[in-house]
Design a protein around this ligand. Structure first.
Ligand SMILES: C[S@@+](CC[C@H](N)C(=O)[O-])C[C@H]1O[C@@H](n2cnc3c(N)ncnc32)[C@H](O)[C@@H]1O
Length: 381
């Protein structure tokens, strides 16, 4: 009996600063006892809630099912402890495997080396017992494992998501600095937009915010496309195919028509708009929201709408001086031509927030990769 079979206790990995938001989402999907930690949330779930979370969570990057937790002061001990697990309970010798690891503040501080040692322990056990070994497949492995070592505490887990859940399957085309889908979903959730009022992204890039808004308003499970023909939880030893199908059917019955007519976007870049069109067309019903090639500075007015956007950051694309000017002009645009609207803007830093030159109602810290950003709510009266 390993940890997850005994306790039904899991870890939902997410971006830093999203932990509380993730805890709320987990509880909505049926989890209990959420405990937010750095970049993730521990939670408990019965099999039904566990499958629902896997299929429907919009904010979580990976769901991990811990197999074993132990004090790990050396790579030799890592190898020895991993060798005591009966790996045949988790994978077959003819299956492929991938290990993702992170190590920090520990004697074993090198994640690649830690991965190597865990892999050696597994492979050596199979070789001794059967004369054969499972293969490694970094992209399409049958079984995904996760190793985390922090302050010499190691956790080996099954990765029940089979890689990062932000890869929903619709964004095959991406242009400059696209948002991670989980971050896009967090922004939509924080904005409170649920498909009642028009929503506009005037710098829509590859369309991530529009896609996440449509998925959320249509109640489409986040992994609807990703898990259409693959079932990562099926790699868990106690997988219940009937229950999994029931969870998928229950979610399918709750899908509503997407409010495509309420959603629109524009961007300067033709390539970005082509990518956005292709991405959005992969959502259920192949929605074709209005997408226009336009500089926001030439938009006549956007009144009584919700504006949700993520302008260029300055650090990743473009020059800082230019970006400050762009935020100032965007602030002017809001002030002069967006009466009775609310704008939600993901800003690269506080200096850019100030450049908008409008009073903010909320400034919510969020991370875009390593970049600490602020999501600001700007009501325009
Ligand atoms: C950070 S990207 C947006 C990424 C998008 N959220 C996504 O996930 O793909 C910023 C976008 O702003 C666009 N842009 C920059 N200046 C603009 C302007 N003056 N008017 C309209 N779009 C502009 C760029 O072409 C780029 O696609």
């Amino acid at each position: 009996m390993y940890e997850y079979q005994k306790y039904g206790r899991y870890f939902a990995q997410c971006a830093h600063a999203m932990e509380e938001l993730v805890a709320d989402e987990l509880v909505e999907l049926g989890a209990t006892k959420p405990v937010p930690k750095y970049r993730g949330v521990y939670f408990e779930a019965d099999p039904e809630a566990f499958y629902r979370i896997n299929y429907r969570s919009r904010l979580v990057n990976r769901i991990l099912a811990p197999i074993i937790t132990f004090q790990c002061h050396s790579d030799r001990y890592l190898y020895k402890t991993a060798g005591k697990i009966d790996w045949s309970e988790f994978l077959g010798v003819d299956q492929s495997l991938v290990i993702n690891a992170n190590a920090s503040d520990s004697n074993v501080n090198h994640s690649q080396y830690a991965t190597q040692r865990l892999k050696d322990a597994i492979v050596d056990q199979f070789r001794e017992r059967t004369g054969k070994r499972p293969s490694i497949d970094r992209l399409n492995a049958d079984v995904w494992l996760n190793l985390s070592i922090h302050k010499n505490r190691a956790i080996i887990s099954l990765d029940a998501s089979g890689g990062s859940l932000h890869r929903r399957g619709y964004r095959l085309d991406a242009r400059e600095a696209p948002l991670q889908e989980t971050l896009g979903a967090a922004i939509i959730r924080l904005s409170g937009w649920r498909g009642e009022t028009p929503l506009v992204d005037p710098m829509c890039g590859s369309g991530t915010l529009l896609a996440e808004a449509l998925l959320a308003a249509g109640n489409v499970p986040a992994s609807w496309l990703r898990m259409a023909d693959k079932t990562p939880v099926a790699t868990l030893p106690d997988f219940d195919a009937g229950l999994w199908q029931r969870i998928k059917d229950e979610a399918a019955a709750e899908i509503k028509p997407l409010p495509t007519d309420l959603v629109s976007g524009s961007d300067l870049s033709t390539q970005a708009l082509d990518a956005a069109r292709a991405n959005l067309a992969r959502l259920p019903g192949s929605p074709k929201p209005k997408l226009t090639r336009q500089d926001f500075r030439t938009i006549k007015s956007l009144e009584n709408v919700t504006i949700i956007t993520n302008p260029p950051y300055g650090r990743r694309i473009g020059d800082k001086g230019e970006i400050v000017k762009l935020y100032r002009e965007f602030g002017d645009f809001l002030k002069q031509r967006c009466t009775n609207s609310t704008a939600w803007i993901l800003c690269g830093d506080m200096e850019l927030v100030k450049s908008i030159g409008l009073r903010t109602k909320q400034r919510i810290p969020l991370y875009n990769g390593q970049l600490e950003c602020r999501l600001v709510e700007v009501p325009v009266y």
